[in-house]
Design a protein around this ligand. Structure first.
Ligand SMILES: Cc1ncc(COP(=O)(O)O)c(C=O)c1O
Length: 391
């Protein structure tokens, strides 16, 4: 690998040249089944024909226009996105480029809302232990994992962390005098695919409403249909104040979104926020294809069915090394006896069989985020490879 890159990733020795559907091909022509979707990004798989066509046509027409002007394709994407998120009460959107950038926007909305309504010094954002919200200095501050809180201080002030599921800690932490927002993932992704307990998040939503604290849902990994509803919060029947999206929203083209419901939709005004590339026409054209494809009940039902199939196959093995299987839709994890990372490496090696791309989430957890378009036969084939690797 070129040593001009900063050494920020543990890159595996596989060089991908192209992809098609749920498959990737390396420069030597070897095939790999993709159970990772580039960490929940390639939700329609690789080289999905309508996505390729939309990106190519838009690139030939207009690839960027500054946000001082209007663009029909960006407006069409924003409108369709709002329609998809209407069941969660979303009213307006700000388009960005990434998850961290979307969360920065959400934090700014919570702080300004609180300042306008309650005055200064009520700016704290409460998040959960084990959460992951991004790599910028402020979203690292929001991330409730000590591992990330080293070397880069001083961090943005005004964040505190509580353990998920602890009702007393929740009641104490969501203090109406100092807290502007409660930021949560509906399903924690990086810490091992852990859905929030219904009772817990309902209680949190109740406290937030009572104390006028904004409820911010980070759906950057679990949104966009991944759990079987367009937004994961729909499964709880909840209407958060703010939702953030990114990753799969444009099927592989960078995009992020901050969506806001009634309370927060008008908080940001001209000059408060911006992003050079946010809502770029190419990202918007790609996002329209994702929305048109994914946000249909039969398609979402298939995500649920395939997710259940994946989990039930693993459970059906009754393999002594598989300790627990969790998940919602096509966002799944298996805790295993062995370390996950060496197994991920072995899943790529060997010339005879196809490789398998998986993810880890902590030392002993395998994470599966296959593309939504994966077939039953491909799911079965990938799981057979995994079973062979478990020994
Ligand atoms: C839940 C969640 N929030 C935020 C982020 C940060 O997104 P990005 O890497 O696009 O900045 C991630 C990325 O893994 C994530 O999973």
């Amino acid at each position: 690998m070129a040593d001009v890159f900063m050494n920020t990733y543990h890159r595996l020795p596989v060089n991908f040249a192209r992809g098609e559907g749920a498959w990737l091909f390396d420069t030597g022509g070897k095939k790999y089944l993709d159970f990772s979707s580039g960490i929940a990004v390639n939700c329609l798989g690789h080289a999905y024909p309508p996505l390729v066509k939309a990106i190519a046509e838009q690139a030939a027409r207009l690839n960027h226009v500054c946000n001082y002007y209007q663009s029909d394709v960006s407006a069409a994407f924003a409108e369709k996105l709002m329609a998809a998120c209407a069941p969660a009460g979303m009213k307006r959107v700000f388009l960005a480029n990434s998850g961290a950038e979307a969360n920065e926007g959400a934090i700014k909305i919570a702080r300004k809302y609180s300042l306008l309504r309650h005055g200064a010094n009520r700016h704290r954002i409460v998040t959960l232990r084990g959460s992951f919200h991004g790599r910028t200095v402020t979203t690292l501050s929001a991330t409730g994992q000590d591992l990330f809180h080293k070397d880069f201080g001083p961090f943005t002030e005004g964040f505190s962390y509580i353990p998920a599921g602890d009702m007393d800690a929740l009641d104490k932490a969501l203090d109406g005098d100092t807290v502007a927002g409660f930021l949560v993932e509906a399903v924690q992704g990086e810490s091992g695919v852990r859905p929030l307990e219904r009772e817990y998040i309902e209680r949190a939503a109740g406290l937030c409403a009572e104390r006028d604290i904004l409820l911010l849902f980070d759906e950057i990994q679990c949104g966009m249909g991944r759990t079987g509803s367009f937004l994961a919060c729909e499964a709880y029947g909840l209407k958060p104040d703010v939702v953030t999206l990114a990753k799969g929203l444009a099927g592989g083209i960078p995009v992020g979104a901050v969506l806001a419901g009634d309370k927060a939709a008008d908080v940001l005004q001209v000059g408060d926020h911006g992003s050079t590339f946010g809502g770029n026409p190419i990202a918007a054209a790609a996002g329209l294809v994702v929305l048109d494809t994914v946000n249909r009940k039969p398609f979402l039902d298939e995500i649920v069915r395939k997710g259940e199939k994946l989990r039930s196959i693993i459970l059906g093995w009754k393999h002594p090394k598989v300790k627990e299987v969790r998940g919602r839709g096509l966002m799944a994890a298996a805790d295993i006896e062995d370390e996950a990372w060496p197994l991920l490496e072995r899943a790529l090696a060997g010339a005879a069989t196809p490789g398998l791309l998986m993810l880890s989430a902590g030392k002993n957890t395998l994470r599966f985020l296959p593309p939504y378009i994966i077939s039953d036969a491909e799911l079965e084939q990938g799981l057979e490879i995994l079973r062979g690797l478990l020994g």
